[in-house]
Design a protein around this ligand. Structure first.
Ligand code: NAD
Length: 338
């Protein structure tokens, strides 16, 4: 049993904690919270609560929430820390992990240089093998790597051009926007292209990113030039063996992210999460060696299985396919076609 501490229990941290606690080969030693808010109140029933340092403790005690110790104490009892603190905080925390000689996983908001390897389970599982510091790439990069990896493996890719329509913020965040505007990122390529190359080495890719006033999901319009001419069926076939890609067809009646997340609610999963990248099969169009398709990305949860797999790769306890199968089994990710 690998002992996993979770530092930062927000959108990503709380999902990773739950996913780790469902696995047979790892356990959650505790979570670090900064405030005794409603999330702490609920979490205290399932996990030991730790605080970054002693100065945070009193507020929890005043709120009647038991504190098990500080981050230092959590590190004493853990073999790896998943750092899901807000972007930039992970970089500040790294010194603590290095000093304690404890392995750590960082999230996509951190710069790639924070880690020895960036990680996506399908495209570069082995790069995290035996590493001490690994970064799971962002939700958008994870989604692009998921659907492009099978195409690269089977047909080869000459060039990718992807337009990313990004959700403005997460559903629980009422402070960020835009709420009534569309906000393009004016640098092209957006930061997603270089990020994708950290897990798909040598890929020739450009990305454009545009923020839209929604909190549900991101949507990607992807166009790839392949090494050879293919048919639409070849593309669908290439995705068949990959459970983390969900195919959504015409008969499903799903034409928006609203319906896509409604479908996820029908699955009855924890927090109604959609770990899979949902590709609208109707959108897949092929012209010689060019393929275009549109996919939807649940930003709050698609990186969660990757965090679990990254732990197995770092501890060398399972090869890629075995780890993915174990993770998918426990998270009830199966090949779904609608
Ligand atoms: P979040 O703001 O939802 O959660 C971060 C949590 O960490 C909050 O509960 C916050 O109170 C807590 N925190 C703040 N400072 C802390 C500290 N010093 N020690 C411990 N906890 C602290 O953020 P998030 O969306 O979960 O993002 C975490 C990381 O995951 C970032 O790198 C982000 O870029 C990445 N990520 C986010 C998403 C997404 O869509 N939300 C998707 C993929 C990756």
């Amino acid at each position: 049993m690998i002992r996993v501490g979770i530092n930062g229990y927000g959108t990503i941290g709380r999902r990773v904690a739950r996913a780790v606690s469902l696995q047979d080969d790892m356990i959650v030693t505790g979570i670090v919270k900064t405030k005794p808010d409603y999330v702490s109140m609920v979490a205290s029933k399932d996990f030991k609560i730790f605080v970054p340092d002693k100065t945070y403790e009193k507020a929890f005690i005043d709120a009647g929430i038991k504190v098990a110790g500080t981050l230092e104490n959590l590190m004493d009892d853990s073999e790896v820390i998943v750092d899901a603190t807000p972007e930039g905080q992970g970089e500040k925390n790294k010194d603590l992990y290095v000093k304690r000689k404890i392995k750590a996983i960082f999230e996509g908001g951190e710069e790639p240089e924070i880690a020895e390897a960036s990680f996506n389970a399908y495209s570069n599982y082995d790069d995290a093998r035996s590493k001490d510091y690994v970064r799971v790439v962002s939700c958008n990069t994870t989604a692009l790597a998921r659907t492009l990896h099978p195409l690269r493996e089977r047909f080869g890719i000459k060039f990718v051009d992807a337009t990313i329509v990004r959700r403005a913020t997460d559903p629980n965040d009422s402070k960020k926007g835009p709420i009534n505007a569309v906000e393009p990122s004016l640098s092209i390529p957006s930061h997603h292209a270089p990020d994708l190359k950290t897990v798909m080495k040598g890929l020739n890719v450009s990305t454009i990113a545009i923020k839209a006033p929604t909190t549900l999901m991101h949507v990607h319009a992807v166009r790839a030039e392949l090494e050879k001419a293919i048919s639409k069926n070849d593309v669908i076939e290439a995705w068949k063996g990959y459970r983390r890609i969900m195919e959504v067809g015409k008969n499903s009646g799903i034409t928006s992210t609203g319906q896509m997340m409604d479908l996820a609610r029908e699955f009855g999963r924890d927090r109604s999460d959609l770990y899979e990248i949902a590709v609208w099969t109707q959108s897949v169009s092929v012209d010689g060696n060019h393929v275009s398709y549109i996919q939807a990305v649940h930003q709050e949860s698609d990186v969660v299985p990757e965090n679990v797999d990254a732990i197995r790769s770092m501890f060398e306890i399972a090869d890629r396919d075995k780890s993915i199968s174990m993770t998918d089994g426990r998270l009830k990710i199966e090949k779904r076609v609608f």
